[in-house]
Design a protein around this ligand. Structure first.
Ligand code: ADP
Ligand code: MG
Length: 625
């Protein structure tokens, strides 16, 4: 028996390997199974070019077995095996990958299935084992060898007897420590779960002896234990199957098996792309908002596989925030993985995939609007807010992706409409896309500011979500039509009856000046209204910050008492105005009272609170006696 030292500064490297590269101990099994799969692949590739070798699929498999008494976990395969030299080279030199060499020698281009490339995965066995034994017989060799190592001290190689070609790896599982249970890795259930999690789509069967109970023969109540060899992995992932062979049922089943959600997805997309970057993906658009979706705790992302092996549970880089609700998986052979195969090295390919996916989702949603409107509205109820937030959060940068996905309630249609539908219905002389913001549709319908716009026959979009007005301000316009709040100072509509409002303002200059002084800094101006018909007063605003936005900003936890520039508009055709004029000429105290009352009424209509409700009611009482 020869005892050898690991090469390549290996002691330190091995230490580093074992303790810092991997974040989860359980990936050791992923690594060893991947190696076995590579070893079988190698025979498969040899058979492709060498007629003397036949590859009978049934003869090739991986077997994982547990021996609890001896604390042993065994992974054996019927792959290509290793000669003595190869054991020495591949397992004795850290960071040397026999698989990478194989790929090069056989000129296997990108897109082949061999997983190994870094030459370190094998050593992850030491994450859970005190000693690792490898018994291997190489394809075409007469002799088998036994390699053994207890970690940093080096390894031994000696001749051994093994009948069949292939490799067997025996891990002596560590004893439990105070903070960690290694017994776990001797549990059938745990091992099966780890295989399912990381290696479900390895292309060869991974077998295990699974123990179960069954009724004893001839008995109706007596059970017996029995052991049955089962294939644990599904082998062909659903996303690599032919779309034509899959039913909607299959996709829904996968969605719930993956615990993407408890709902039934509104839509699924199965993508196979072959091009600058190749990948397969299945994406789902959920129906219901996950309970934590609009919180910081929610983590967006897609499952990422490379060659059928799970790399990341949630790869956030694959989805823009505004499509963060999308669930699903991506599998690509073109990814550059880092040495732990847990993270991506540089992300050119990933960026390409992400861009591609973004466009697919956009198209899918647009198709829903066109062809399955009801479904889209259900979706929009759950996630519309996220789309609007997407426009707002990046200063309107995502306008092109998102603007055609927006919907608002229409005064005319009494249902949700898109901006494009709104614009297509605009009469020629209508300059703006009108909107009104408020707490609910019912409240907005009662806003006096909407009257003149509605009378003109123009459609108004109702903004009932906090975010609506903010994101529209980022959007600024749609198809060159500017957005206009019905409460803004100039709404671009002349009301025939109030046509000469500038004259009217001139005529009542002193009165308005007086009223403005009564209200001091509460309003910026008092003016004759161009928009009121039935209501005596309303508030409008100048500048970018609307009254609705003021409300929203001030309701936030650390608000700083933000103020919109408010204008008190007076309806000169209303009977109330006669009383105002009368009071101005004869009784200034009464005018003070009226002015305050009218201002407070305007606040109430806007859904703003009155700063002194007691004074307000007292003032009303004063008018009653
Ligand atoms: P990688 O898989 O990235 O090449 P590993 O450290 O996992 O690196 O394995 C090192 C090398 O050992 C592999 O490239 C392969 O040549 C060889 N090897 C490991 N496990 C097996 C196995 N079960 N059968 C045959 N060869 C193996
Ligand atoms: Mg490997």
């Amino acid at each position: 028996m020869e005892t050898k030292q690991f090469k390549a500064e290996s002691k330190r490297l091995l230490d580093l390997m074992i303790n810092s590269i991997y974040t989860h101990r359980e990936i050791f099994l992923r690594e060893l199974i991947s190696n076995s799969s590579d070893a079988i692949d190698k025979i498969y590739y040899k058979a492709l070019t060498d007629d003397s070798i036949t590859f009978e699929k049934d003869n090739y498999f991986i077997k994982v077995s547990i021996d609890r008494e001896n604390r042993e976990l065994r992974i054996s395969d019927t792959g290509i095996g290793m000669t003595k030299e190869e054991l020495d080279d591949n397992l004795g030199v850290i960071a040397k990958s026999g698989s990478l060499k194989f790929k090069k020698e056989n000129e296997l281009k990108d897109g082949h299935d061999i997983i190994g490339q870094f030459g370190v995965g094998f050593y992850s066995a030491f994450l859970v084992a005190d000693s690792v034994t490898v018994i291997s017989k190489a394809f075409g060799a007469d002799e088998a060898y036994r390699w053994e190592s207890k970690g940093v001290d080096g390894y031994t190689i000696e001749p051994y007897t093994k009948d069949s070609v292939g490799t067997e790896i025996i891990l002596k599982i560590k004893e439990n420590t105070e903070d960690e249970s290694f017994d776990n890795y001797l549990e059938e259930y745990t091992i099966k779960s780890i295989i399912k999690k990381y290696s479900d789509f390895i292309r060869y069967p991974i077998k295990m002896d699974i123990s179960s109970k069954r009724l004893k023969e001839g008995s109706e109540e007596e059970y017996e234990n029995y052991i049955e060899e089962q294939t644990v992995n599904s082998m062909v992932p659903i996303w690599k199957k032919n779309k034509k062979e899959l039913t909607e049922e299959d996709y829904s089943k996968f969605y719930s098996e993956k615990h993407y959600g408890f709902d039934k997805p509104i839509k699924y997309v199965h993508i196979s792309v072959d091009g600058a970057v190749s990948y397969n993906a299945i994406l789902y658009i959920p129906e219901k908002t996950p309970f934590d979706f609009y919180t910081k705790e929610y983590e967006k992302g897609l499952e990422l596989y490379s060659n059928g092996v799970l790399i990341m549970n949630k790869c956030g880089d694959l989805l823009p925030d505004y499509f963060g609700f999308v669930k699903g998986i991506v599998d690509s052979e073109d990814l550059s993985l880092n040495i732990s195969r847990e993270i991506l090295q540089h992300d050119r390919q990933l960026k390409l995939i992400a861009k591609n996916i973004k466009n697919k989702i956009k198209n899918e949603l647009e198709n829903l609007i066109k062809n399955e409107r009801e479904k889209y509205e259900v979706f929009y109820k759950s996630f519309g807010r996220q789309l609007k937030y997407g426009i707002y959060s990046e200063y309107g940068n995502n306008k092109d992706v998102l603007q055609d996905l927006l919907m608002f309630y229409s005064s005319k249609e009494k249902k949700m409409v898109t901006l494009s539908e709104y614009v297509s219905r605009m009469p020629e002389e209508q300059k703006y896309i009108y909107y009104a913001a408020g707490e609910s549709i019912e409240r907005i319908e009662k806003l006096p500011q909407t009257e003149v716009v509605l009378d003109k026959g123009y459609e108004i979009l109702y903004f009932t979500d906090d975010i609506d007005e903010f994101s529209i301000k980022m959007l600024m316009n749609y198809k060159e039509k500017e957005f206009k709040s019905v409460s803004s100072g100039d709404i671009g509509i002349e009301n025939d009856e109030n046509e000469n409002s500038s004259d009217l303002n001139e005529e009542n200059k002193e009165l308005f000046e007086y009223m403005k002084n009564v209200l001091s800094d509460k309003v910026k101006d008092v003016k004759a209204s161009k928009r009121l018909k039935n209501h005596p007063v309303c508030l409008s605003n100048e500048g970018d910050l609307s009254i609705e936005m003021e409300k929203i900003l001030n309701s936030m936890p650390d608000s700083q008492n933000i103020k919109a520039d408010k204008i008190l508009e007076i309806n000169l055709n209303h009977d109330v105005f006669k009383s105002i004029k009368d009071a101005f000429n004869n009784d200034k105290d009464k005018l003070d009272l009226y002015t305050n009352l009218l201002y407070n009424q305007a606040l109430l209509i806007e859904g703003l609170s009155i700063s002194d409700p007691v004074e307000f009611t007292n003032n009303i009482c004063k008018l009653m006696y």
